[in-house]
Ligand binder design. Structure first.
Ligand SMILES: [Zn+2]
Ligand SMILES: [Zn+2]
Length: 350
């Protein structure tokens, strides 16, 4: 880009590149904001949308069953505890009867002793209580089992329904992804086309920083911003467009190189003075500073006082001023006498 030797111009150009990059940054930010708001065009699809209408009722039943399970669990716990207490009671009663009988004379008739009868009665009662408690435990456990089976049935039914709905849901989900991707493609692809047109026509115009800013923005929008929204096959779109863009830019570069070589050959065929006139002053100085011939851009030895002409293309590099000083043929003024070199007159010297 930098063809000029003037210091301020160089710095202005750098500043303008910063303008281009900042411009691209703001455009990208704006584009991002727009793209972020895009999904709202679509409501997100969920699996529930594809479930049969009885689903909410089944889910309600499952919730109720879960709640009931917790309660029945508690009552099973309670019944077990009661049973445990009853078992302990009946054991105590039995033990105390046994101990009582052991301390008595065997001769006495136990069957008729009211004390023994009362203790036997107590043991019987305790056994009855124990049996009732055990029956209660079994009833509660049965309830719990029924509930769990009911839950399992509902869950299996729900799973079955989900399996049935999944295909339709996934189809709808993919279709939606595709639509969102296409919206974005419809937004970013024209940007890329506009950028290509600007590159071809306007990249060297007065407002080039904005042109380059826009081109950078379009490239970022297409090749970076679009990536998170790519469906499975989106990569094909991205790489295909990338290949097309690269081929176009490459073809343009090759054509530009050929045009340059053509121009260069034509220029080298022209007379010396005319060639010098057609070279921009700044371009000539920049090339001389790089120790290459301003006409053909091949290396020349400028330090040798014998070299007045380029040995490759024959363009005059040094000539003599009216005052006799040897000076650069591209200089506008003589460095010795300050006389204007004159664009036409200096060609015939030396
Ligand atoms: Zn040359
Ligand atoms: Zn002079």
């Amino acid at each position: 880009m930098s063809k000029s030797l003037r210091l301020s111009e160089k710095w202005f150009r750098r500043g303008l590149w910063i303008v281009a990059i900042v411009f691209a940054g703001f455009l990208t930010g704006l584009g991002n904001t727009v793209v972020r708001h895009l999904p709202r065009v679509e409501t997100t699809v969920s699996l529930d949308q594809f479930m049969p209408p009885e689903t909410p009722r089944l889910r309600e039943r499952l919730r109720d069953a879960n709640k009931a399970e917790a309660e029945v669990n508690r009552s099973v716990e309670q019944a077990r505890q009661q049973h445990g207490v009853a078992v302990a009671d009946s054991r105590t009663a039995a033990d105390s009867l046994a101990a009582f009988l052991a301390t008595r004379q065997v001769t006495a008739r136990a069957e008729q002793d009211p004390e023994v009868l009362a203790r036997r009665e107590a043991v019987e009662a305790a056994k009855r209580t124990e049996r009732q408690a055990l029956a209660l435990v079994e009833v509660r456990q049965k309830e719990l089992l029924d509930l769990r089976q009911e839950q399992e049935r509902i869950r299996a039914r729900l799973r079955e329904m989900e399996e049935g709905a999944r295909d339709a849901f996934e189809r709808a989900h993919r279709a939606q992804e595709m639509r969102v991707f296409l919206y974005r493609l419809a937004l970013t692809l024209p940007l890329l086309l506009v950028a290509g047109w600007l590159f071809a026509k306007k990249r060297q115009g007065t407002y080039w920083p904005f042109v380059w800013g826009f081109i950078l923005f379009a490239l970022v929008a297409f090749f970076v911003e679009l990536v998170p929204y790519l469906p499975d096959w989106g990569g094909y779109v991205r790489y295909a467009v990338g290949i097309v863009v690269t081929v176009l830019v490459g073809r343009w570069a090759i054509a530009a190189l050929n045009r340059y070589l053509e121009r260069q050959r034509a220029a080298e065929a022209m007379p010396d003075a005319q060639r010098r006139d057609e070279l921009s002053y700044d371009v000539a100085l920049a090339r001389l500073a790089k120790k290459v011939c301003p006409g053909c851009e091949r290396p020349v030895d400028l330090a040798n006082p014998e070299n007045d002409y380029c040995p490759h293309c024959g363009i005059g590099l040094f000539n003599k001023c009216g005052c006799g000083a040897r000076k650069s043929a591209f200089a506008r003024f003589c460095h010795a006498c300050g006389r204007a070199a004159g664009a036409q007159g200096s060609g015939s010297a030396a």
